[in-house]
Ligand binder design. Structure first.
Ligand SMILES: [Fe+2]
Ligand SMILES: [Fe+2]
Length: 275
C-alpha cells in the first residue's frame, strides 16, 4: 500500500471547500501523522502542487473589510458577528497551517517542524468547529454573514518566502490574536455565554503555542542562515505586512510565546511617527 505523503494530505485539505468537511479531514490526517510518528514510522513529507488559494464554501461572501458592518458587542447580533469573524479567521488558519507544508517542502526541515505545524492545524480545525458550534447555538452559522476578503493576502504575499511567511503569519497575525482575545472573552462573559467563553479560552490557550512554534522555527532558520533574528524579523515584516502593528500588546503572552518587545515595538512606533 502506498501511503499518502504529508504534502498530498495538505493539498487535499486545501482543496476541500466546505468548512466542516475541511476540518474533519484535517483532524483525521493530523491523527494519522501523529500515530505514524508514535509508531516510529513517520509519513514522508513528499511534494505536491499547491493551489495559490485554498477552496472555500460559496458562503460567506467575501467583502472588503471596509464594507463589513461594524459590530456592536452589546447585542446578540453583535456577538454573532464577532463569532462569525473568528470562525472565518480559524478557517483561514487551518489552510495557512496546511499550506506551509507543501509550499516550502523544498526547504529541508527537522521533523519536529512538521509535528508542530500538524498539531497547530489540528487545533485550528478544532477552533473552527468550536466557534461554529457557538454560532449554531445562537441560531446562526458560518456563512450567514459576510466575511473579510484579504485574509489570504499574507499567504500570497509570502508565497516564495518561507521566513517571510513565519514572520507575518504566526509572529504578527497569530500574535495579534493574543492581544485581542482577552477582550473578546470579556464580552461573552458579560453576556453570560459560557459556551463562547469556553471556546475562546481554549483558543487563547492554544494560540500561545502557535506563536511559539512560529518564533521557534523562525529563529531556527535565522541560525541556519546566520541572520540576526530581530533584524531579519523587522526587514520581513516591513516587506510583507501591510499595516501597523497595533498596541496595546499582550506583552506577557507574547513573551511566553518567544516574541520579545524589541521585535514588535519598533514596528508600532514607526507607524506612529508617520512612516
Ligand atoms: Fe486558532
Ligand atoms: Fe493559531
Amino acid at each position: 500500500m502506498t501511503e499518502k505523503t504529508l504534502s498530498e494530505m495538505a493539498v487535499e485539505v486545501l482543496t476541500t471547500a466546505d468548512g466542516r468537511e475541511k476540518t474533519a479531514m484535517s483532524r483525521a490526517y493530523a491523527q494519522q501523522w501523529s500515530e505514524a510518528r508514535d509508531a516510529g514510522t513517520p509519513l514522508q513529507i513528499g511534494h505536491a502542487d499547491v493551489p495559490l488559494r485554498p477552496s472555500r464554501p460559496e458562503t460567506p461572501r467575501l467583502r472588503d473589510p471596509r464594507d463589513v458592518p461594524r459590530r456592536r458587542p452589546g447585542t446578540e447580533a453583535g456577538r454573532i458577528a464577532i463569532l462569525h469573524a473568528v470562525a472565518h479567521i480559524e478557517l483561514n488558519a487551518v489552510d495557512l497551517h496546511w499550506d506551509i507544508i507543501p509550499r516550502f517542502a523544498d526547504t529541508s526541515m527537522p521533523i519536529g517542524f512538521y509535528d508542530d505545524w500538524v498539531k497547530a492545524a489540528d487545533e485550528e480545525s478544532k477552533h473552527f468547529n468550536l466557534v461554529c458550534d457557538c454560532l449554531e447555538a445562537l441560531g446562526s452559522h458560518y456563512g450567514a454573514l459576510d466575511a473579510h476578503a484579504g485574509m489570504w493576502r499574507a499567504a500570497e504575499d509570502t508565497v516564495n518566502d518561507f521566513m517571510g511567511r513565519l514572520a507575518v503569519v504566526p509572529m504578527v497575525l497569530e500574535a495579534r490574536g493574543l492581544d485581542v482575545t482577552p477582550g473578546m472573552i470579556e464580552i461573552f462573559r458579560k453576556a453570560k455565554d459560557d459556551k463562547a467563553v469556553d471556546a475562546l479560552k481554549t483558543i487563547y490557550a492554544e494560540e500561545v503555542s502557535h506563536v511559539a512554534y512560529g518564533s521557534k522555527w523562525f529563529h531556527f532558520l535565522c541560525g541556519r542562515h546566520e541572520l540576526d533574528p530581530k533584524e531579519a524579523f523587522h526587514t520581513l515584516v516591513r516587506r510583507y505586512f501591510h499595516g501597523a502593528l497595533k498596541p496595546p500588546f499582550n506583552e506577557e503572552k507574547r513573551a511566553e510565546a518567544g516574541i520579545p518587545p524589541d521585535f514588535y515595538w519598533p514596528l508600532a512606533t514607526e507607524v506612529k511617527s508617520g512612516h
